[in-house]
Design a protein. Structure first.
Length: 291
């Protein structure tokens, strides 16, 4: 009997150390770590043919799922990314549109063109909420979603929270806008932000209010996805605790916490949230806690 399931992936970008000692693991070492830790797959960019070839060789026989990422500025850029994504047999392509028109009307032809190309190629694509992209602002993105009903979203809510600098507790107005994105979301990128920092340490007690908020949002988003997705659909959630300058560092330039350990904790928390949904009622408007 088929049922909906959750794929928790680890970002290869997040595996970069960028520490003062200059030591970096190889692609093979990173993928081995990811698999041994029980992740279901990886997330990686599909822009460099040589790097994609190295990743494809490292993944061979692993059974790991892959999310592809790309940063198109034109329709042809997406065509090239799809060609590379096929080499990795990706579950979907995450688009960060690397163009910033000031008017919604100037964005619509690009969005519709990308969607058409992806449909012709039978490649699922989702548009990520991300700063310094077409989707940099939440209100602008909501307008895009209104104008392009076929636009499926990938929610990285850290950019939404930081970009709009939501006050805590979250207002009903801000909550309603976040839910509009989540009700069109088909995949997730996961880190925890505050209203002033893109990535905070989830093990610090002073950050628990933000961790609880993101767990609540993900819980709502998972539940919304379950209502819209097919009976045997798979939902991808990427743990994306990025290296500096995303990661906060100390005076010596070292990460303030062990990001790998926090990624493992995040994986466990997210898995628990998804598995709790079987006997869970939909969250109410006033509910702000997911744990």
């Amino acid at each position: 009997m088929s049922k909906q399931s959750l794929l928790i992936l680890q970002s290869l970008w997040a595996m970069e150390r960028r520490q003062p000692d200059g030591v970096e693991r190889s692609i093979d070492q990173n993928i081995a770590m990811i698999q041994e830790a029980g992740f279901d797959g990886i997330s990686t960019s599909c822009t460099d043919p040589a790097r994609v070839a190295l990743i494809a060789r490292a993944l061979d026989g692993s059974g790991l799922a892959v999310e592809g990422m790309c940063f198109p500025q034109t329709i042809d850029h997406l065509k090239a990314a799809i060609d590379l994504a096929r080499r990795l047999d990706v579950v979907h392509l995450d688009l960060q549109p690397d163009i910033r028109p000031r008017r919604v009307a100037d964005c619509v032809p690009l969005l519709e063109g990308w969607i058409r190309v992806a449909q012709d190629a039978n490649m699922p694509i989702y548009f990520e909420t991300h700063r310094n992209r077409m989707t940099t602002d939440l209100l602008f993105t909501l307008e895009l979603m209104d104008q392009v009903p076929e636009m499926r979203m990938l929610a990285d809510l850290s950019h939404v929270l930081l970009g709009r600098e939501f006050w805590y507790p979250i207002s009903d107005e801000d909550e309603a806008q976040v839910r509009q994105v989540l009700d069109r979301t088909w995949a997730f990128h996961g880190r925890v932000a505050s209203r002033e920092q893109i990535q905070i340490e989830i093990t610090f007690p002073q950050h628990k209010i933000w961790l609880d908020l993101f767990l609540y949002w993900w819980k709502y988003g998972f539940k919304s996805w379950q209502r819209r997705a097919g009976a045997d659909a798979r939902l991808a959630f990427v743990c994306e605790l990025g290296p500096q300058p995303y990661a906060i560092t100390d005076r010596q330039g070292n990460d303030s916490t062990d990001r790998w350990k926090e990624a493992l904790l995040l994986k466990s928390l997210v898995r628990n949230v998804f598995e709790s949904l079987a006997n869970d009622a939909p969250p109410s408007t006033g509910d702000r806690v997911a744990t």
